[in-house]
Design a protein around this ligand. Structure first.
Ligand SMILES: Cc1cc2nc3c(=O)[nH]c(=O)nc-3n(C[C@H](O)[C@H](O)[C@H](O)COP(=O)(O)OP(=O)(O)OC[C@H]3O[C@@H](n4cnc5c(N)ncnc54)[C@H](O)[C@@H]3O)c2cc1C
Length: 476
């Protein structure tokens, strides 16, 4: 072991900027002055880098990484900058590599039900193209119009359809990626069955840019949705919601999203969705969608399912969407974050828990958090069908600095329950302390070994997922 050459903590030298400009051309470089005029995405710190580069090909990505590897310059890959764990934030002395120009849908194969796309293709764009041949990416989430396939792969994103089709790890057939030293690995097979030794490229799924840069993705597609019927259902308790989930779990179910009443009430008030206000007055709400071969059949199926649920006292009230506008309003209640606007500086925990343990777990979390102070309030939204909840804690004043203090109250019993402290948003910087606390030393040691093998100088997204190492194996 020997001490690594420290990563550049100062702005790049004029020589380094000239070398990078020569690799890409000045049209595709952004200085801090340029960045100040652009939208940094979900986190203002995404644009803290001293340079943002926009390569237009895998070869250019490889050239940048080879140079940064030699010069020990830290690199942060960026897609749509919608990530919620701080994985794309940058600081002085780092280069942000935006994959936005790798935006080609190269293959859309209706027979094989697969696509090969550049890492910068936005999810919504792929979904629209796939729909033209009756297919869908099999993943959907609120940030669909900004999030990129490279970002989705790198965070192992989940979303609304993961209970049917899995997270990105299940959607990916193959990848092309560039490792820290510029080595290109191209494994873009579009078949499910491919046993060709260790699938080394697949370690980049969920690696959050710490092992290399994803440049192309081969994805398995699924049949596009049939017509759907949508309803918002009011419930008295989470126990009732879990029982309802069991009742609705048929092949026709395409969405099952949960909200606590206080979240729904905040959105309804903020957006003036008056007709949903009576439902939002209940302790819990579930948004349910089923599909069938026609609108009429979907509606009749949903009416039957909710009718039998009502007979078994699995719900308190329900409203069927009668138009696309009403359906859109119901989804806004689920996807809007009015609580954050009303009480900024809240805390987000992204957990998953088996349905059988969910109600008691949430009750314990609420009791533990509220015991810390009457002004702290817990709000819950999430993907009920796969037990993924976003537990947020807000107060009339910012509480961001209490993330670490409150985290154990939310996360530390999850492993024993068979759940996870990190469901779908990744570790980034936000969950790093929790990762170090809850993951076994053996797993952490193996993660560090993998990091050194893929990125011996530690240039790839340093400080994300794992803390930056002060020592590393000899670079030779
Ligand atoms: C309104 C909203 C709703 C959301 N809903 C969901 C949801 O339901 N489910 C869910 O899972 N997430 C959700 N997210 C989070 C976010 O959309 C996902 O994490 C998404 O996968 C991030 O993609 P991106 O292109 O924006 O990546 P970025 O935010 O740009 O980057 C995220 C991470 O991936 C790395 N990265 C990006 N591109 C590459 C690449 N090509 N190669 C290597 N590393 C790369 C970055 O370094 C960073 O660590 C939501 C976000 C918002 C704002």
């Amino acid at each position: 072991m020997r001490r690594m050459k420290p990563l550049a903590a100062h702005p790049l030298t004029a020589t380094q900027i000239a070398a990078i400009t020569a690799l890409l051309g000045s049209a595709h470089l952004r200085t801090p002055q340029d960045l100040a005029a652009l939208d940094p995405g979900i986190d203002p710190h995404n644009f803290g880098a001293c340079l943002l580069v926009r390569p237009g090909s895998t070869a250019e990505v490889a050239a940048i990484l080879a140079y940064c590897h030699a010069e020990r310059i830290a690199v942060v890959p960026q897609g749509g900058r919608t990530g919620l764990s701080g994985g794309a934030i940058t600081q002085r002395g780092q280069i942000a590599v935006s994959l936005e120009r790798l935006d080609r849908i190269e293959v859309l194969d209706a027979d094989q039900r697969s696509a090969v796309v550049g890492a910068g293709v936005k999810l919504g764009v792929l979904a629209a193209r796939a729909a033209t041949v009756g297919l869908s990416p099999g993943i959907d989430l609120g940030a669909r119009d900004s999030a990129t396939l490279g970002g989705l792969v790198s965070t192992n994103a989940g979303g609304n359809e993961a209970f049917r089709y899995g997270t990105m790890r299940e959607r990916v057939l193959g990848l092309e990626c560039v490792l820290a030293d510029g080595t290109v690995i191209t494994e873009l097979g579009q078949v499910r069955k491919r046993n060709e030794g260790l699938a080394v490229e697949r370690l980049l799924i969920g690696a959050e840019g710490t092992l290399g840069i994803v440049t192309r993705v081969a994805l398995e597609l699924v049949p596009a949705r049939s017509p759907v019927a949508t309803a918002m259902v009011a419930l008295t308790s989470l126990t009732q919601a879990v029982a309802l989930a069991r009742h609705l779990r048929t092949p026709a179910l395409v969405a099952l999203e949960i909200m606590s009443g206080n979240h729904a009430l905040a959105v309804v008030r903020s957006l003036g969705l008056i007709e949903l206000a009576p439902l939002a007055a209940h302790p819990w709400l579930v948004l349910v969608e089923v599909e069938a071969t026609s609108d009429e059949q979907a509606e009749s199926l949903l009416v039957d399912l909710l009718g039998s649920a009502s007979e078994q006292e699995l719900l308190t009230d329900a409203l069927l969407a009668q138009s696309e506008t009403q359906r859109h309003a119901m989804w806004r209640v689920r996807e809007d974050w009015a609580v954050d606007r009303e009480r900024p500086g809240g805390l987000w925990y992204d957990i998953s828990v088996p349905l059988s343990a969910m109600a008691d777990y949430v009750a314990r979390v609420i009791a533990r958090v509220e015991a810390l102070g009457a002004s702290l309030e817990v709000f819950v939204i999430g993907h009920l069908a796969d037990g993924n909840l976003h537990v947020t804690v807000n107060a009339p004043y910012p509480v961001s600095e209490r993330y670490e203090a409150i985290a154990p109250l939310v996360t530390d019993e999850l492993t024993a329950l068979g759940g996870s402290f990190s469901a779908e948003h990744g570790i980034g910087v936000e969950k790093q302390a929790t990762l170090l606390r809850l993951v076994s030393p053996a797993k952490l040691a193996l993660m560090r070994s993998v990091k050194r093998a893929y990125d011996p100088h530690g240039i790839m997204n340093p400080g994300k997922v794992l803390p930056t190492e002060s020592t590393a194996p000899s670079a030779g």
